[in-house]
Unconditional design. Structure first.
Ligand SMILES: [Mn+2]
Ligand SMILES: [Mn+2]
Ligand SMILES: [Zn+2]
Ligand SMILES: [Zn+2]
Lengths: 136, 136
DNA sequence: AGGCAATTGTGTAATCCTTACAATTTTTAT
DNA sequence: ATAAAAATTGTAAGGATTACACAATTGCCT
């Protein structure tokens, strides 16, 4: 918890109790949660927690760059505390989103885009069946 | 217009006037429009048009597979009548979404995914500045 | 420690987008 | 032409997000 406090301070975010708990949840669960997933889990331990605080806090984290929004489905926003570019896989059956590590490196796209474009971000995600759901 | 009518019929969609005009818009403009963009444009020529019809029609097109939803930003859904997989570029300044054709082929991702996953769809999009906005 | 100002959290209300539904219009078949 | 089916429309309902005012907490100064 001390490390989370320091981490937030390093990004000019005051480490309130709620902020620390919310960040800890997103970072440790690694489940790319929605706002509701965070709320449902933390409300059990922090009965006073307001959903507005989750919204505010995530917006703060995103603008500070310590959490990235993951947009795969149109109707739900998910959040990821892993800010280095990586690939996501969404299972169409159980709905979970996990990180995927490819066996080989993937092309350097920046060198393949037509002249004139400035690329700031690359986003890649796959959809299909996860190993658990494939076997079931 | 005759070809659009036949195209819809081939996908078991009755070619009503509204449906033909909506499909024509998405296919010809190639601008990956939102529901509102379609509505704002067509309402000028079809004064009776209801936004509900746009929602219903796009949902029908998507379930028939003749239009694909494009989800890049969390707060807006866009639609694309080009159903073959391709790459999108969203300009963070002017907001437009365009198709990108890479100079080389891009890796065959399916072969690079860890064992056990079944990949149905691959989605790649880039964010940055389009040539127009870069120069401005 | 006590007091004060600034920041953060909370609960409710407002807003915006999407969907549900019933009524009307249009199309299709007989 | 008539009736049945399907599509469109307008309004109401729903759900998610944001705005806002007030309460609680924090941090700083004495
Ligand atoms: Mn991730
Ligand atoms: Mn496209
Ligand atoms: Zn699964
Ligand atoms: Zn641009």
């Amino acid at each position: 918890m001390k490390s989370i406090s320091d981490f937030l301070k390093n990004h000019d975010i005051r480490p309130s109790y709620q902020r620390m708990r919310i960040f800890e949840y997103v970072q440790s669960k690694r489940n790319h949660p929605t706002i509701d997933m965070i709320y449902s889990s933390l409300i059990q331990e922090i009965p006073s927690l307001s959903k507005t605080t989750i919204y505010n806090t995530l917006r703060l984290f995103v603008s500070a760059g310590i959490v990235k929004p993951v947009t795969i489905e149109d109707h739900e926003i998910r959040y990821d505390a892993d800010t280095v570019p990586h690939i996501h896989f969404k299972c169409i059956k159980c709905g979970k989103i996990e990180d995927i590590y490819l066996k080989n490196d993937w092309n350097d796209l920046a060198s393949m885009v037509p002249e004139g474009y400035v690329v700031n971000e690359e986003h890649l995600y796959l959809r299909g069946l996860c190993p658990d759901c494939r076997d079931a």
